[in-house]
Design a protein around this ligand. Sequence first.
Ligand code: C5P
Ligand code: MG
Length: 199
Amino acid sequence: MAGGEPNHKYNVVFVLGGPGAGKGTQCLKIEETFGYVHLSAGDLLRAERQKMDSTFREEIEKHIKDGSIVPVEITCSLLRQAMEESNKDNFLIDGFPRNKDNLDGWNHVMDSVAVVRKVLFFNCPQDVCVGRCLERGKTSGREDDNMESLKKRIKTYTDSTMPIIEHYREKNLVAEINANQSTEEVFNDVKKVFEALAS
Ligand code: C5P
Ligand code: MG
């Protein structure tokens, strides 16, 4: 349990948006300014994939290459472990929940220990996102920042992630941000969301 106190729950802000929308970039700035712990589901999966003793290596590899979504049992346990190990209470969870399996799995195991305070949705035109990922691909070393993987990632985002954003919109939890601006301009909009959360 967060903080070791009874009835004390983790505070969670989910961060969603297409590949290249700027989730990671903004999360670093939010972490710096508002003291949240940034946990990227994609980063945790990439780290797990590198572990020689992990039984999930091949499965994760396959999904990342295909732009498809790793089963929630794997992703959610990595998130939960990172949350517990941090000994902190406020988390930005970047790139999760990406589909219904993610959402259901989270609700099943995390509902009793975490409260979702907000869902930040970085909305950005597809051509801008593609341009950013291809640019990032020149130096990121990521095997999925290429046109072939991107097409699949965008399809996964449209078919599987958008319905999750709509699900949270109906619950009035979504803060939609225009991500087609400079990093600083986007962060100005993001700041307002976190200032309101803190007040
Ligand atoms: O968020 P990021 O772009 O780093 O995710 C990279 C890949 O990691 C996704 O395309 C997907 O294959 C995998 N992933 C996943 N489940 C998540 C987040 C990421 O399977 N919740
Ligand atoms: Mg990212």
